[in-house]
Design a protein. Structure first.
Ligand code: FPP
Length: 245
């Protein structure tokens, strides 16, 4: 029996079915150590491996990582290239080891502007891991929530124009079925380290009833203990989804 804040006890932490993480603070972590920002991204990429494996081990069924937003193109060419190289390294490694893992990889975001060799790797990993029975790992690359909803609107409008959909049939389920996370449960818990308190265009449709956890630790140092703390706090919350309990 664990004791949580407010002296409320909870027998077992409740593991959220879907955890989403904004991997923020790589640049500041590096700057504070007199290192280039890119060193922070390298350490951040390693921490992604640690946290994803841990979440799979403790039974998280879906996880979504915000790796590169539609706004991150505003960064220097050098920084963007290093981040893209880190994706490539990870994907090559994951492809080499795909038989050792039971996780399923899904990429969310607009891949049309990414380098063809990166897109080829993404397609390949999705194909080889599609029957894996472990956690689903959504990696958001060139992802933006507004872009995602805009694309869904266009698809739906096209169906109306083609005469295959009546506007009266447009409902929340139809929109959910036309976004990248179609068929997946919405995130139960969204975590943002680095002391920032905003969503930054991440999962804006899916987060309508998500719980949030903000932490001051920078992403490269966000540990499994920090994650446990977030999950314990989450376990103690009462989710009402607009109803009364
Ligand atoms: C946000 O921190 C981080 C990013 C925009 C890039 C995230 C990329 C990685 C963690 C590497 C990805 C690789 C894999 C394999 C997942 P920031 O740079 O905005 O930090 P700051 O706010 O301190 O400047």
């Amino acid at each position: 029996m664990a004791i949580f804040k407010n002296n409320i006890t909870h027998p077992e932490p409740v593991v959220p079915q879907h955890i989403a993480i904004i991997m923020d603070g790589n640049g500041r972590w590096a700057k504070r150590r007199g290192l280039p920002r890119t060193a922070g991204h390298k350490k951040g990429a390693n921490n992604f491996r640690t946290i994803a494996d841990y979440m799979n081990k403790i039974g998280v069924k879906y996880m979504t990582f915000y790796a590169f937003s539609t706004e991150n193109w505003k960064r220097s060419k050098e920084e963007i290239e290093i981040i893209m190289d880190l994706f490539k390294d990870y994907l090559e490694e994951a492809l080499d080891r795909f038989e050792e893992t039971d996780m399923r990889m899904v990429f969310i975001g607009d891949r049309s502007v990414l380098k063809p060799e990166l897109v080829a790797l993404m397609d390949k990993i999705e194909a080889v891991s599609k029957d894996h029975k472990g956690a689903v790992v959504n990696m958001a690359i060139n992802y933006g929530g507004r872009q995602e909803i805009t694309a869904a609107c266009k698809r739906i409008a096209q169906k109306v124009k083609d005469g295959v959909l009546d506007p009266d049939e447009i409902d929340e389920d139809l929109i959910s079925a036309n976004i990248f996370t179609a068929g997946q449960p919405d995130p139960d818990l969204i975590i943002r380290p680095s002391g920032e308190f905003r969503l930054s265009n991440f999962l804006i449709w899916q987060s309508a009833y998500s719980e949030f956890w903000f932490d001051n630790v920078m992403w490269p140092e966000f540990s499994t203990k920090d994650l446990d703390r977030a999950i314990r706090d989450y376990s103690n919350r009462q989710r009402r989804f607009g109803g009364v309990k």
